[in-house]
Design a protein around this ligand. Structure first.
Ligand SMILES: *Cc1c(COP(=O)(O)O)cnc(C)c1O
Length: 366
């Protein structure tokens, strides 16, 4: 009879066996400020209408794999330039693995480059695709370290560069001229693709989508998660049609399910509501940032996203006290040297933000 430990040792890759599981805390009973979710739902009347649309979805059929109607709505409503199409992913997490799978060549190990600290999936996906990940530290004020980035591109000739704009977990926008220079450098000699991930576009109110025609090697990726639809899992990306067509070959044909498709089409018909929610979150961010700055012992960083990064004397004990007060935040103190004693908090409703601020004030007193 097979022994499971030996079976795993003989079959599962060593680097996969070595990684820790992606741990998501159980949030029931907590104020959940750890995952950049939008706290608002659609209004009741719209939810009822969505319910009847979902009831009409043909659950017995596979999705139509062209997803033509949803893609057209995305291009129309979300600022994809004329002449550019999108492909859809089950969250942008899936799009990242599609890009990596398509570029992880077999004759020599390909390299993924990203400034760090960055969104963790850039590294994880590269590893699982069998690519080398090179992380170049940001400067102390979380901007791109241009000499180091130029040197890394020259030395490693990365197949893919990932830039989140604004960056997660730091929340800031990089200098757009620096980004353009790096995209150009990646494209020099036609050696590399640059991916700009604009997950937080609704809060930054700036994108990179409109720059697609300027850079043949540019991919712009976005998710609907942070806009208020994290539960439906939908991301999309655009690029020059010939490049996009290559990625589309790697995409599982029915990767977006019919319920997601219907819900996304419905949400895009009511995009003004989601945009208004983003506006309230932005206003709340300004208030919360000022409130954090006024607390002694807190250093808060500028953010163009729906979260704030701040530093305290001891992020581990403060996070533990917040959890004891039923407020979930993300302690990033151990993620990267630049984030020593930093905590990331999602901006939420005025009530939840006030509850967080008072719990934090208490935590810093005791
Ligand atoms: C949250 C986040 C994503 C993940 O998006 P999903 O569509 O939910 O998979 C992608 N990129 C960045 C930078 C993020 O912060």
């Amino acid at each position: 009879m097979a022994n499971l430990d030996r079976l795993i040792a003989n079959t599962i890759r060593a680097d996969v066996r070595a990684v820790a599981n992606y741990i998501v805390a159980d949030a029931s009973g907590f104020i959940k400020l750890d995952a950049m979710e939008n706290p608002y739902q659609l209004p009741d009347a719209l939810r009822a209408e969505l319910g009847s649309r979902l009831a009409d979805a043909a659950l017995n059929r596979y999705p139509v794999p062209s997803y033509a109607r949803l893609k057209a709505a995305i291009c129309e409503e979300l600022g994809v330039p004329q002449g550019y199409d999108v492909i859809l992913g089950n969250g942008s997490d899936e799009l990242i693995s599609i890009i990596d799978m398509a570029t992880a060549r077999q004759d020599k190990r390909a390299v993924v480059l990203a400034p760090v600290p960055a969104f963790v999936m850039y590294q994880r996906s590269a590893q699982f695709a069998g690519m080398d990940f090179i992380g170049v530290p940001l400067t102390a004020d979380f901007q791109l370290d241009m000499p180091a980035m130029r040197a890394a591109i020259a030395q490693h000739e990365p197949a893919v560069l990932y830039l989140a704009y604004p960056n997660n977990p730091t929340g800031n926008l990089y200098d757009a001229a620096d980004m353009a220079e790096l995209i150009d450098l990646m494209g020099a000699n036609d050696k590399g693709i640059a991916v700009v991930d604009v997950a937080y576009e609704p809060f930054a109110q700036t994108s990179f989508m409109e720059h697609l025609p300027e850079f043949p090697n540019l991919v712009v990726m976005r998710t609907l998660s942070k806009l208020g639809l994290a539960g439906i899992r939908l991301g999309y990306m655009s690029a020059a049609p010939a490049l996009l067509a290559q990625f589309d070959k790697v995409r599982p044909p029915y990767n977006v399910n019919v319920l997601t498709q219907v819900a996304a089409e419905f949400a895009l018909e009511h995009i003004d509501i989601l945009d208004a929610q983003a506006d309230s979150i932005n206003a709340a961010r300004t208030q919360m940032s000022a409130a954090l700055a006024a607390i002694e012992g807190v250093e808060v960083f500028d953010s163009s996203a729906n979260f704030l990064l701040f530093r305290v004397a001891d992020s581990e004990s403060v996070t533990a006290k917040l959890v004891a007060a039923k407020v979930l935040v993300k302690n990033l103190g151990k993620m990267h040297g630049l984030l020593a004693n930093c905590i990331r908090v999602t901006v939420s409703t005025p009530d939840e933000n006030a509850a967080f601020l008072s719990a934090l004030t208490e935590a810093l007193k005791s």
